[in-house]
Design a protein around this ligand. Structure first.
Ligand code: CAA
Ligand code: NAI
Length: 248
């Protein structure tokens, strides 16, 4: 029970890595708010988790992280329901892949709005609740692509590199107030996001991974858990790469 009675807010918690994280955090004793704009998947995971742990431990909050007002409402809802906020996992994200020559302005702005602005809005509205009590953990989701770049991902790479910059800045701004800020940079993880990658590209990627497999959502959920737990109390401003050794 590494998160006993901690209140965790997981954006993008209805699918993929976020959904697996909600499962793991509930099993570790956390009170979990699953925040997502996918209401159907949110209802599904809520039902599953409430059946396993009772109705008190989890809620679903509909949010569009790219909309500041929606994010402000999300944070208020969580704090009203659970009384506090201990952990924020900035996990919601999207891709709109295209070569630079073909990338539309819409594709550029959509990804910036969700992956970069969304992380800023969520942290801006959540952090004061942690600073106010002198303790909290913020975990941002970057990517191997934010460190190394990737063909067809100008927009996405920019956001995931930006997330690293924000992580390090907030680690400096909030550390002395008792709030740690870290990032996880996953490699290729088997979720709906990776399902869109052409088979040929994915195969080439997998051959470069020393472990010769894609990561599983649990692999990232466990990294989030470490950074969210007391075990990581002295870890601040780091980027934990979880990619099977794809880049060494
Ligand atoms: N690595 C190496 N080669 C790549 C590549 C990649 N990531 N992406 C594309 N290519 C190659 C293609 O194999 C192709 O090579 P050939 O000309 O030799 O056949 C060439 O680049 C052009 O590609 P397409 O013919 O597919 O061009 P397109 O304009 O139709 O599509 C694209 C471009 C949308 C970028 C498409 O290639 C694509 O989806 N690529 C994959 C991009 C990718 O890796 N996205 C990761 C999504 S998962 C994620 O983002 C999570 C995370 O953090 C890791
Ligand atoms: P996913 O597509 O399975 O899940 C993403 C979730 O975010 C979905 O539930 C979606 O509804 C939600 N979401 C998207 N836009 C939203 C918005 N505007 N407001 C609220 N919710 C929104 O993707 P996955 O793979 O679980 O990704 C989770 C995070 O991990 C993302 O930030 C992604 O960029 C990152 N990541 C994923 C990798 C992978 O290989 N799958 C690798 C590296 C990073």
């Amino acid at each position: 029970m590494r998160l006993k009675d901690k209140v965790a807010l997981i954006t993008g918690g209805a699918n993929g890595i976020g959904r697996e994280t909600a499962r793991l955090f509930v099993s570790e004793g956390a009170l979990v708010a699953i925040a997502d704009y996918d209401e159907e998947a949110g209802a599904e995971v809520l039902q599953e988790l409430q059946a396993a742990s009772g109705a008190e431990q989890t809620i679903f909050v509909k949010v569009d992280v790219s909309d500041a007002e929606s994010v402000e409402r999300m944070v208020s809802t969580v704090v009203e329901r659970f009384g506090t906020l201990d952990i924020l996992i900035n996990n919601a994200g999207i891709t709109r892949d295209s070569m630079l020559s073909k990338m539309t302005l819409e594709q550029w702005h959509q990804v910036i709005d969700v992956n970069l602005n969304g992380v800023f809005y969520c942290t801006k509205f959540a952090a004061p609740h942690m600073v106010g009590k002198g303790r909290g953990k913020i975990i941002n989701t970057s990517s191997i692509v934010g460190i190394n770049g990737n063909i067809g991902q100008t927009n996405y790479a920019a956001t995931k590199a930006g997330v690293i910059g924000m992580t390090k800045t907030w680690a400096k701004e909030l550390g002395y107030k008792g709030v740690t800020v870290n990032a996880v940079a996953p490699g290729y993880i088997e979720t709906g996001m990776v399902a869109k990658v052409p088979e040929k590209v994915l195969q080439g990627m997998m051959e470069k991974v020393p472990l010769r497999r894609l990561g599983q959502p649990q692999d990232i959920a466990k990294a989030y858990l470490y950074l969210a737990s007391d075990d990581a109390d002295y870890v601040n401003g780091t980027v934990l790469e979880v990619n099977g050794g794809l880049v060494i």
